[in-house]
Design a protein around this ligand. Structure first.
Ligand code: UD1
Length: 417
C-alpha cells in the first residue's frame, strides 16, 4: 500500500501539461467493442482505471496495447460477453461495455458495477434505455443479463441527465434498427467526444451536447482513430491548487470553455486568470474571498471538482457554502479536512465552511478519487507534513501526479505505507 507525504506551506509555480480525459477515454474504449478491427485512441492517459478497462476488454477476447500515449484495441474476436466480476466491481465505468456488447452480440452478462463510494449510484436509467430498445433484462444473484436479437430504436427520457446512461444508450443505439431519441440527455464534453468518435466509426448521431440526442442506427460500424479531449477535472484540480497556495501556474492542453463554472468561481475568489487558445494562466490571490458553490450537471459546477474547491475554501476569509446536488454522500473529504484544522459543518447536502487562518499537516485518507485530489491540495497548503493513504484512489484518475507536482515545486514523496 502506497502513501503520499507532502511538506506543505509553499506555493506552486510553473507549467503543467494536462493529460487526456479519464472520463472520455473509458467510454471510448467501450465503444471500440461496437466494431470489428483495430481502433486507435490517441492522447490517452495511462491510469489504473484505463488499465482496468483494457483488462476487461482483454478478458472478452480483445487485444490491447499502449505506447506513446496511444491505445490500440483490436476487437476482432470476442470469445465471451461475461467480464470477470472482480474487474467490473472495481470500476463503475466498466458497465459502459453493456450497451456495445448487447448491440453487437445480442447478449451481455455482468456483475453489478463498483466504483468510488460516493452514494448508491444505481444503473436503472441505463437499463430503462436498453429495455425501451427491446432488451430483456434479468437481475439475479448480483448479476445483470441483457438479451436482444436486435435492438430497436426508441424514445427514451432520462429522469436525470446521467452521463453513463447517455453514453451507454448512445453506443447501443448506434447499431440498433431505426431512430433513438434520448431526451434529458447529459451535456458533458465527454458525451460530445464519444459522439465524435462514434461519428468517425460511421454512426449517425445528431445533437450530442444538447439535451436531446438523435441516433439513427446503422448496420455496422468500422474501427476509428480518435484523440481524447483534455481532462477538465485534472486541469480544475491544478487550478484549485494554484489558488489555494497563492501560486502561479500555466496549464497547457486545456479547453477553457469546459471549465467555465470553475473559472468564474476562482475569479470571484480573487484569482487572476488569463485564457488563451489551449492554455490557462492563473495567479492565486493573497486572500480567498468566500463564495457559494452548487454542483449541477454540465454546464453547471462539476461534482468532480467539489472536493478540491472545498479544500481551498477552508482558508477563505469568511464563510462559504458548498451544496452537492449530483451525488448523495459526497462529503467524506470534509472529515479528513477537519483533521487538518478545517471548520466545516455538514447539513444534508450542504457544507458550511468557516475559513480558518491555515491548515496543519496531519495523517489523512483519500476516501475516493476526487477526495484524494482535495487532500493533495490541502496538504500543499498546510503548514508541516501531511501523510495521505488511499493513494490507489488517486492513481485511478491522475496521470503522473507526483512527477507533475514535483515539477511545480511540491515537496511530495511517494512511499510504501
Ligand atoms: C460520470 C463520471 C463521474 C462524475 C459523474 C457526474 C465517468 C466515467 N464518470 O459518472 O466522474 O462524477 O458522471 O458528473 O464519466 N443515476 C441514477 N440512475 C442511473 C445512473 C445514474 O439514478 O442509472 C444517478 C447517480 O446515482 C447520480 C447521478 O445520477 O446521483 C449522476 O450519475 P451519472 O451522471 O450517471 O454518473 P456516472 O456516469 O456514473
Amino acid at each position: 500500500m502506497k502513501k503520499i507525504t507532502i511538506e506543505g506551506g509553499t506555493p506552486v509555480f510553473g507549467e503543467v501539461h494536462i493529460s487526456g480525459a479519464k472520463n472520455s477515454v473509458l467510454p471510448l474504449i467501450a465503444a471500440t467493442l461496437l466494431t470489428n478491427g483495430v481502433s486507435l485512441i490517441a492522447d490517452s492517459p495511462w491510469l489504473s482505471d484505463v488499465d482496468t478497462m483494457c483488462r476487461v476488454l482483454t478478458h472478452l477476447g480483445a487485444e490491447t496495447g499502449f505506447a506513446d500515449g496511444e491505445l490500440a484495441l483490436d476487437t476482432t474476436d470476442l470469445r465471451t460477453v461475461e467480464p470477470p466480476g472482480e474487474l467490473v466491481r472495481k470500476m463503475r465505468a466498466s458497465f459502459l461495455i453493456m450497451g456495445p456488447l448487447l448491440a453487437r452480440t445480442g447478449r451481455a452478462r455482468m456483475s453489478l458495477p463498483g466504483g468510488c463510494a460516493i452514494g448508491s449510484r444505481p444503473i436503472d436509467l441505463h437499463l430503462k434505455g436498453f429495455e425501451a430498445m427491446g432488451a430483456q433484462i434479468s437481475i439475479e444473484h448480483g448479476f445483470i443479463e441483457a438479451r436482444a436479437d436486435r435492438l430497436q430504436g426508441a424514445r427514451i427520457y432520462l429522469d436525470f441527465p446521467s452521463v453513463g446512461a447517455t453514453e451507454n444508450i448512445m453506443m447501443a443505439a448506434s447499431l440498433a434498427d431505426g431512430i433513438t431519441l434520448i431526451e434529458n440527455a447529459a451535456h458533458e464534453p465527454e458525451i460530445i467526444d464519444l459522439a465524435n468518435m462514434l461519428g468517425v466509426m460511421g454512426a449517425n448521431i445528431k445533437g450530442a451536447g444538447t439535451n436531446s440526442i438523435r441516433i439513427e442506427g446503422v448496420p455496422t460500424l468500422k474501427p476509428a482513430r480518435h484523440s481524447v479531449i483534455p481532462d477538465r477535472i485534472e486541469a480544475g484540480s491544478f487550478l484549485c491548487m494554484a489558488a489555494a497556495t497563492g501560486g502561479e501556474l500555466i496549464l497547457n492542453n486545456v479547453l477553457a470553455e469546459h471549465l467555465q463554472p470553475l473559472l468564474a468561481k476562482l475569479s470571484e475568489m480573487g484569482c487572476a486568470i488569463e485564457v488563451s487558445y489551449d492554455s490557462i494562466h492563473i495567479l492565486g490571490p493573497e486572500e480567498i474571498t468566500p463564495v457559494d458553490i452548487k454542483t449541477l450537471p454540465y454546464p453547471g459546477f462539476p461534482t468532480d471538482l467539489q472536493a478540491q474547491v472545498m479544500a481551498l475554501l477552508t482558508v477563505c476569509k469568511g464563510t462559504a457554502t458548498v451544496t452537492e446536488t449530483v451525488f448523495e454522500n459526497r462529503f467524506m473529504h470534509a472529515e479528513e479536512l477537519a483533521k487538518m484544522g478545517a471548520d466545516i459543518k455538514i447539513d444534508g447536502s450542504k457544507a458550511r465552511i468557516n475559513g480558518v487562518s491555515h491548515l496543519e499537516g496531519a495523517r489523512v485518507m483519500a476516501t475516493d478519487l476526487r477526495a484524494g485530489a482535495a487532500m493533495v491540495i490541502a496538504a500543499q497548503m498546510a503548514q508541516g507534513k501531511t501523510e495521505i493513504t488511499g493513494v490507489e484512489h488517486i492513481d485511478r484518475g491522475y496521470e503522473n501526479l507526483t512527477e507533475k507536482l514535483r515539477r511545480i515545486g511540491s515537496r511530495i514523496r511517494i512511499c510504501e505505507a
